[in-house]
Design a protein around this ligand. Structure first.
Ligand code: BES
Ligand code: MN
Ligand code: ZN
Length: 479
């Protein structure tokens, strides 16, 4: 269920929507008669004009009553307007339509930010009977010139919704084959080519990490590739790699109930890769982009991998699996090694709900970026700031690398003695071993891929974090 709300530009006319949203201090013209002057009204509600504030006022409109939503826009930056748009759209839930105005000065970036926030906050996912529905139609009483920017923001918001949908789907339906089918569908409607490796293909080509993680499940693993060829290429090739664990029970290193509750979203990185690839053509991205999703279900069973097993990754490196719950790095290692060996990318970015440790370090509002390149880190930090998917750079500390030494294999998949701490860092160091020294960044999105509440532009459940960030980085849709 994607975003069901439609956006339209309309000219002010006699035809009113059910609601009218006007920013604090905005122009309440003509046919709206307020019962009390605006300043007194706002003072009464202790509203300061901050984004997120909405004061609902019934007004006389001819013989009838109409509702006006006075809403705060703060400093009117894109960030503030996204939040304001989200608050207005939430207030309009259950209604058919809402008219929205903005002050004349905000420009197309203001309108597009408002649109993005309103659409993201209108996202719903419900299996069975639905609660209050999102507003059906948002009508912008704005300048026609803002339309192209708003349409680009709409593409990014709908891509984010696709990522949320894929992540919110229960694992009873979502297994690796299902995820591959969804990716192939996206390819069909977005002008991409798709390739899916079956378990037989994976075995024939030596993808030992993906196979090992998937071997305990009744639903076998897949490797999914989507490729975007730009019409007007700039000559660069970017590979995006997503962790696609469709359910993470921990495997034989079983998680406790509480730790397993939300593990249907452990393919959030893969969902973002699919959603981003699906939006590149519409946004006119100029890099060639290949997406890889390493999809497996991590389950305990008689056929599951055991702690102490040694596996051989794509390209031949061996890893001692000391904890089967550190599975994300095992499937990613194969995909990263494949990207390096076969795809010859200029830049590789992986996204993964990789470690609980990163949410302890950074919390739920900001994602982590680890990178072998200062320039790439800078580009991604900037795209994160502009898009509203913010990142914080974390260090790849070489002194911690011995944590991954193994007695019997090239590497161990965890710091077995727990000597080093920094679980998100050692995980990133593990991935780095498979990147062939290429320009690479790793986004650990374990903290930010799920929201505990409807809040700002987020809806409870999967957030699609990283979709807007990567679309901004690859297409500059908001700059
Ligand atoms: N998918 C989890 C990480 C995770 C935890 C994501 C919480 C979202 C919320 C990952 O596969 C995992 O289990 N990581 C372990 C690594 C450990 C065994 C070294 C962790 O973080 O505990
Ligand atoms: Mn795990
Ligand atoms: Zn996991």
């Amino acid at each position: 269920m994607p975003i069901e709300t439609a956006l339209r530009f309309v000219q002010p006319s006699g035809q009113h929507a059910d609601l009218l949203a006007v920013p604090f201090g905005g122009d309440l013209t003509a046919d709206v008669e307020l019962p009390v002057p605006v300043p007194a009204l706002l003072a009464h509600h202790e509203a300061k004009g901050e984004p997120g504030e909405v004061v609902e006022v019934p007004v006389a409109h001819g013989d009838a009553v109409r509702r006006v939503l006075l809403y705060g826009i703060g400093d009117a930056t894109p960030r503030a307007l996204r939040k304001a748009g989200g608050a207005v759209a939430r207030r309009a839930r259950g209604r058919r339509s809402i008219d929205v105005t903005l002050p004349p000065g905000v420009g197309e970036q203001g309108w597009s930010a408002l649109a993005e926030g309103a659409l993201l906050a209108s996202y719903t996912m419900r299996i069975g009977a639905s609660r209050t529905k999102a507003v059906e139609e948002i009508r912008f009483l704005g300048p026609e010139e803002a339309r192209p920017a708003v349409e680009r923001a709409e593409v990014a918001a709908r891509a984010t919704a696709l990522a949320r949908d894929l992540s919110n789907t229960p694992s009873s339906e979502k297994n690796p084959a299902w995820l591959a089918d969804r990716a192939v569908e996206v390819a069909g409607r977005s002008g991409l080519t798709a390739k899916v490796w079956s378990p037989g293909d994976l075995a024939a080509e030596g993808f030992g990490g993906i196979l090992a993680v998937g071997q305990g499940s009744a639903s076998p693993p897949r490797l999914i590739q989507l490729a975007y060829e730009p019409e007007d290429p700039d000559g660069t090739h970017v590979v995006l790699v997503g962790k696609g664990i469709t359910f993470d029970s921990g495997g034989l290193s079983l998680k406790p109930t509480d730790g397993m509750k939300f593990m249907k979203t452990d393919m959030a990185g893969g969902a973002v890769v699919i959603a981003v690839l699906g939006a590149l053509r519409e946004l006119g991205a100029r890099a060639r982009v290949t997406g890889l999703v390493a999809a497996a279900e991590n389950m305990p069973s008689g056929t599951a991998q055991r702690p102490g097993d040694v596996i051989t990754h794509y390209g031949g490196r061996t890893v001692e699996v000391l904890n089967t719950d550190a599975e994300g790095r095992l499937v990613l290692a194969d995909a990263l090694a494949y990207a390096d060996d076969v795809l010859d990318p200029d830049t590789v970015v992986d996204l993964a709900t990789l470690t609980g440790a990163i949410s302890i370090a950074l919390g739920r509002d900001i994602g982590a970026v680890f990178s072998s390149s200062d320039d790439l880190a800078k580009e991604l930090l900037e795209a994160g700031r502009v898009s509203g998917d913010p990142l914080w750079r974390m260090p790849l500390i070489d002194d911690y690398r011995p944590a991954l030494d193994s007695q019997v294999a090239d590497l161990s998949n965890i710091d077995s003695e727990g000597k080093y701490g920094g679980g998100a860092i050692t995980a990133a160091l593990f991935l780095r071993e498979f990147t062939g020294g290429r320009r690479w960044a790793h986004l650990d999105i374990a903290g930010v891929s799920r929201s505990t509440a409807d809040d700002g532009v987020l809806t409870k459940g999967a957030t699609g974090f990283g979709t807007r960030l990567l679309l901004e980085w690859l297409s500059g849709y908001r700059s």
